[in-house]
Design a protein around this ligand. Structure first.
Ligand SMILES: CSCCC(=O)C(=O)COP(=O)(O)O
Ligand SMILES: [Mg+2]
Length: 237
């Protein structure tokens, strides 16, 4: 009997914990930004982008020095737009100078290639800024993967735990919610996406120690997620 459930046409992917190890983000990227932050703010004090970031930080936290506030946010892993914008600017220098290379899980690049070759639309939704997303996929150990993606969504559409953010994404991209599969390691993000009508799957990477939830399908890798949703790229699941 033919299934009445349609296969996804679009795969929307979280980054940290889904395509890139938490350890790469927390042990490489965040410390790199933390170490350079004060010097970067001083050296780029005249740049319009930095001035906007500092003004945005002052609006949120008027009683603290912007640099100290930004460092506190890094330490708390706060998903705050001005911090994410600044991290993207700082990491750009690291990638350009060859000090940073993005580590993805080994299954990721082959599956993304396979999905793209088979006509699936691929998109990113991460708390990291669009610039940071383009950097990470532009400088992977497997080369530049940015051409595989049609859209890069960040906190400008809203927080990842808000259903309205997913509604805004499908509207902006002109997709039908039911055609989109969202992959993330975070249950609250999946709850929000499911509330907006997206298909969802939790990626539970053993290396990250992610705790599996009970309300959504679970996969230990992208090939396993492909198998759940009858997508190509199931080899290696
Ligand atoms: C875009 S790479 C850096 C990721 C990052 O800054 C972050 O906060 C991770 O958030 P995600 O939404 O990808 O889990
Ligand atoms: Mg994540």
């Amino acid at each position: 009997m033919k299934s009445s459930v349609s296969a996804p046409r679009v795969v929307l992917l979280d980054i940290e914990g889904t395509t890139a190890p938490v350890s790469f983000v927390h042990q490489i990227l965040f410390p790199y930004a933390r170490g350079c932050l004060k010097d970067y703010l001083d050296e780029h004090a005249d740049d319009a982008a930095v001035q906007k970031i500092v003004a945005d930080v002052r609006k949120i936290a008027p009683d603290k020095s912007p640099a100290e506030q930004l460092i506190s946010w890094i330490d708390e892993d706060a998903k705050v737009a001005p911090l994410k914008e600044l991290q993207g600017l700082i990491w750009a220098r690291g990638y350009q100078q060859g000090e940073l290379t993005a580590r993805l899980y080994p299954d990721v690049a082959p599956v993304l290639q396979k999905w793209s070759e088979n006509g699936l639309t691929l998109a990113v939704y991460s708390s990291g800024s669009e610039a940071a997303q383009r950097l990470i996929y532009g400088h992977t150990e497997q080369g530049d993967l940015t051409p595989l993606f049609s859209h890069f969504f960040d906190l400008r559409v809203g927080g990842k735990k808000e259903a309205d953010s997913y509604r805004a994404i499908v509207k902006e991209a002109g997709w039908q919610a039911a055609d989109v599969l969202f992959l993330s390691d975070v249950t609250a993000e999946l709850d929000a996406a499911a509330e907006a009508g997206l298909k969802v799957c939790q990626v539970v990477r053993p290396e990250d120690g992610t705790v599996a939830g009970t309300s959504h399908p679970v996969a230990a890798s992208l090939p396993e997620a492909a198998r759940h949703f009858a997508l190509p790229g199931q080899e290696g699941a």
